[in-house]
Ligand binder design. Structure first.
Ligand code: IPE
Ligand code: IPE
Ligand code: MG
Length: 248
């Protein structure tokens, strides 16, 4: 009875609240999930990849317009090579599956981050997925791979500096809008809500510029255990926040 009541309250609330246009998720806690079960960290990443499939689909189903997931940071190369290799294999599996199975899907796939570090095989899968999905009209799914907010800003600054050097840009014309246009997320709205499972209270270099006024929801659940109900809970928490953007 109590459970039924909880479910009813949640369903009602999701329908009634204003949803964020853009959600970011730091998919964290795979390693701890595996450790708790006496499994290798790679098993946590496999489980986390399944959660990603489920939650991305759910976000699309409930009408979220943009979802950005943090899959691999510029700092994650510091991990042992067998763990990095396992992650690259998982990316490949997902990208092959996406090309094969998602033909009639409405999700637009984009990759944000520095691609130069990936194998030619992975690179061509990323390009193929983007090309295959770019004309769809559904949720934009940004997968952040070899992404770092600082590296993204360095790239943007370098591009603008080159434009100044070749005379196509004058320093006075550098504005917040122009900086945004030089980021991987150009043309997209900033994230409204950023969810971090696993309880860590830090950004870990995720969407540094874009998250200036994002609402953070930190949750104690590890990413492989993250459910649709957890997402609903984050959405309800977001809806209760009073976003002032510096005003009153
Ligand atoms: C997130 O889970 C996945 C990646 C960073 C690729 P972690 O692997 O960071 O899991 P924890 O934080 O060690 O538990
Ligand atoms: C952030 O998690 C990166 C991803 C989830 C892809 P990390 O596990 O790398 O972050 P830290 O090391 O705890 O800050
Ligand atoms: Mg982590």
């Amino acid at each position: 009875m109590a459970l039924f009541k909880k479910k009813q309250v949640q369903e009602l609330s999701i329908e009634d609240i204003q949803l964020p246009e853009h959600i970011g998720i730091i998919m964290d806690g795979n390693g701890r999930w595996a450790k708790k079960r006496g499994l290798p960290r790679s098993a946590g990443h496999t489980a986390g990849a399944q959660t990603f499939r489920k939650i991305a689909r759910y976000c699309s189903d409930i009408g979220i317009k943009y979802l950005t997931v943090y899959a691999f940071s510029t700092e994650n190369w510091r991990r042992p090579s067998d763990e990095v290799d396992a992650l690259m294999r998982l990316f490949k599996d997902y990208l092959q599956e996406a090309i094969r199975d998602f033909k009639d899907d409405s999700i637009v796939l984009k990759f944000i981050g520095d691609r130069s570090a990936f194998s030619p095989e992975l690179l061509s899968l990323m390009n193929e997925n983007e090309e295959e999905s770019c004309d769809r009209d559904g949720m934009v799914l940004n997968i952040a791979m070899n992404y770092g907010g600082r590296a993204e800003l360095v790239t943007a600054i370098r591009e603008m500096a080159n434009e100044v050097k070749d005379g196509s840009l004058s320093p006075e014309d550098i504005s917040e809008e122009l900086v945004s246009q030089h980021l991987y997320t150009k043309g997209q709205p900033d994230p409204d809500l950023i969810i971090r499972p696993s309880g860590e209270n830090r950004t870990s270099n995720f969407l540094l510029w874009q998250s200036a006024y994002a609402e953070y929801v930190i949750m104690d659940v590890l990413w492989p255990d993250f459910t649709k109900e957890d997402l609903n809970q984050a959405l309800i928490e977001f809806a209760k926040r009073n976003r002032r953007f510096g005003g009153v």
